[in-house]
Design a binder for this molecule. Structure first.
Ligand code: NAD
Ligand code: LMR
Length: 339
């Protein structure tokens, strides 16, 4: 792994200044689970992305309405809704990027792993279709438990002979979004200037924000760093509890998903120095999948960065997270090969 980059590329959604008409290739983006709590606002944000020429909205129900609604927004992307398994192939054909927020969300008292029994099967069948209809697409996996759904996708693609480790991403951007917001609040620095890498996985203690590498530097005391770390790790639970049975993060996730998708498309389009954290196939640690900063390029992952210098607290966090993350990865691999 290469050394850590000094800063992450910051992404400014909704800025038309990036765009000059006709200078970028056409890009088709498919969202699977597009009528859901994440899917709908994510469809809105992807419609606003000037690099998207075709937006394909797939779900098992309700996509015609979502597609009709989003299609009226005066941005270039052509929007189409597809509903039911018989339309999945059409939804996927020609896609450059497939974003997957399909599946059930948590209720209070549940862990992300409690979603495995339902979501593993959903993700598996969607990935079988991706291998068939758009084997070269980048895949952004949002469905939980990400620590297991990404390995499931990898196994499905391996079996189909289409696996390219550069093209499969677990979306951990919401952890970065939260770490930036919480750090800015505590350090009293402008949130737009903040960058914080988040490594590991996407569940509880497997989420490890590296506040020792946060910029701008703030020299916060240890107890503040510990509190910020815990709040970032429990950010999803904070929302699940506040929503009191009505699901998990949808709006902040749609934002985070749109930031990450935008970075993927910019990479495909050859925009230089696009760096985001993501859960990818990795040799940074002994685990086969791990989240760290990655550079995005024309073929997906161009470079997986190392972890850089960690504080003692972060080193301990890293050792603590490994057994849980390893078990979640192995659970996904086992499921994909047994079912
Ligand atoms: P939701 O229930 O509101 O929406 C899920 C959608 O998936 C529904 O519209 C449903 O019809 C659809 N769906 C179910 N089976 C499908 C299939 N086979 N094909 C296509 N669509 C299908 O849930 P949500 O709040 O949007 O959350 C979706 C998933 O995202 C959950 O697993 C949740 O835990 C996860 N999530 C991940 C992150 C992250 O940071 N990676 C953040 C928030 C939520
Ligand atoms: C999140 O981090 O908000 C998501 O993974 C949803 C959840 O279940 O917490």
């Amino acid at each position: 792994a290469a050394a850590s980059p000094s800063t992450c590329a910051s992404t400014h959604l909704l800025s038309r200044s990036y765009y000059s008409a006709g200078s970028y290739p056409e890009r088709k983006v498919a969202i699977l689970g597009a009528a859901g709590g994440i899917g709908q606002p994510l469809a809105l944000l992807m419609k606003l992305n000037p690099f998207v020429s075709s937006l394909s909205l797939y779900d098992i129900a309700n996509t015609p309405g979502v597609a009709a609604d989003v299609s009226h927004i005066n941005y270039p992307a052509q929007v189409a809704g597809y509903v039911g398994e018989e339309e999945l192939g059409k939804a996927l054909e020609g896609s450059d990027l497939v974003i997957i927020p399909a599946g059930v969300p948590r209720k209070p008292g549940m862990t992300r792993d409690d979603l495995f029994n339902i979501n593993a099967g959903i993700v598996k069948s969607l990935c079988v279709a991706i291998a068939k209809y758009c084997p070269n697409a980048l895949v952004n996996m949002i469905s939980n438990p990400v620590n297991s759904t990404v390995p499931i996708a990898a196994e499905v693609f391996k079996k189909a002979g289409t696996y390219d480790e550069k093209k499969l991403f677990g979306v951990t951007t919401l952890d970065v979004v939260r770490a930036k917001t919480f750090y800015a609040g505590k350090a009293k620095v402008p949130v737009a200037d903040v960058d914080v890498p988040v490594i590991g996985g996407h569940a509880g203690i497997t989420i490890l924000p590296l506040f020792s590498q946060a910029t701008p530097k703030a020299n916060l005391p240890d107890d503040d760093i510990e509190a910020l770390t815990k709040r970032t790790q429990d950010g999803g639970t904070e929302v699940v509890e506040a929503k009191a049975g009505k699901g998990s993060a949808t709006l902040s996730m749609a934002y985070a998903g749109a930031v990450f998708a935008d970075a993927c498309i910019k990479g495909l389009n050859g925009v230089p120095d696009i760096v985001e954290c993501s859960f990818v196939q990795s040799s940074v640690t002994e685990l086969p999948f791990f989240a760290s900063q990655v550079k995005l390029g024309k073929n997906g992952v161009e470079k997986v960065y190392g972890l850089g210098l960690l504080s003692e607290f972060e080193k301990q966090g890293l050792e603590k997270l490994k057994p849980e993350l390893k078990a979640s990865i192995e659970k996904g691999i086992k499921f994909a090969n047994q079912n």
